[in-house]
Design a binder for this molecule. Sequence first.
Ligand code: ADP
Ligand code: MG
Length: 480
Amino acid sequence: MSSSNIDYEAVIGLEVHAQLLTESKAFAPVSTEFGGSPNTQVTPLCLGHPGTLPVLNENLVRYIIKMGLATDCSIARKSIFARKNYFYPDLPKGYQISQYETPICHDGNITIKLDDYNKDIGITRIHMEEDAGKSIHDQDPFNTLIDLNRSGVPLIEIVSEPDLRTPEEAYEYLKRIKQIVQYLEICDGNMEEGSLRCDANVSVRPKGQKAFGTRTELKNMNSFRNVERAIAFEIDRQIDLIESGGEVVQQTLLWDANKMETRTMRSKEEAHDYRYFPEPDIPPVVVTDEMLSEIRESLPEMPDVRQQRFADEFGMSEEDARTLTENRYLADYYENVLEYVQHPKAVANIILSEVLRVLNEQSIAIDAFSISEKRLAGLVELRENDKINSSAMTEIFDAMLDEEKSAEDLAQEMNLMQVSDTGFLEPIVDEVIESHPDEVARYKEGKKGLIGFFIGQVMQQSQGKANPQLVRELIAERLN
Ligand code: ADP
Ligand code: MG
């Protein structure tokens, strides 16, 4: 990792913001629905007008406790909100309501899995806060436009211990957070759309040194890959700097995804003093035993447990179980297909090969996939009952992507139903045998492998529709 003989190691801590899927805002009874016309989901409360009083959305508390419990956090029985003061055009109130000294969740843990090892990453804290509005710089040539629909939308901030050591670990950690919030259904986990946002703190130190090096903070990475790339870039930059006699300066850097490099946003001297003080209008958040146990009971089956169950119950490999449970909705899709057809292996196979291929090609999630669980089950059923062969299955699958028809209808229409009718197949078998006397002779001399050749001929003449198993039987009958 270096030109001198010092070996460096990186130290990384992530701060992740997740936008919660509550129906209304954190402190005001206003819709959080995405995509409304600008400034239509705003009340005087969102603007902090005098005389308004915020009221805490109980679901915000429930959602963050779910996250805390799912990541082995301790839950504070009493925590308070604070005002984080700063001026910005998209923050007309002049402050953001946030938790500061007393986060509701703290001292947790998330296990990440890499190819060769598992690792526990400490969670320092998870706290509640509200989002600011949105400044739009690219729609008017002369002015910045402000949309306040997002102001007051509830967020949780998940702060990790500086336990991550490589860009790959940071990537896995982030994927894990996405998986957990999706399983809990508290956030859609979409980084590209900004419902999951990540700041990365990065420093380097000579391997074996205990003290941390000076860190920089990276912002503006709007995809999982960009987080990984930005961290890798920053590690190299810091090492090169130190190797050439320079010093890392504590600062905030912006990742430029086009240029694939970071640039300075602000240095430590310009760092904000937020003048935090307790929010006087919101009483302390008190978590009771009843609330805790009720939320604990409402937790869904989490990914690790589900993965193990898939392996046990459906007899699949650990890797397949992991792929199928990586995304909650893919795992749900799989289990829903099994409501209609009882072939867990065959269903897993077509999802792992064909369905995932299509999701990948079209860059869509399973909820946007065009083949319903019931229709996919119909396709698997046809194949498992030997009504179609495997190449027909792929053809029908592709047709199903574009047409809202059942597998059976398409198989008929495309003339792909496998023929198991001996009256139709026998004449073809006879003809193939008659027209290949040489092969028949060699077969009878012991070249039994030639049966494949005869099957192939019959399949060709039946345009791929013959049931190969039956064809094999008919040929063997004739030749033996
Ligand atoms: P701030 O309030 O300035 O954001 P925090 O102490 O809350 O600072 O830390 C923010 C993040 O930075 C945490 O995820 C933490 O693990 C990480 N961090 C702290 N020190 C370092 C360091 N020397 N190198 C890398 N990451 C660090
Ligand atoms: Mg920070």
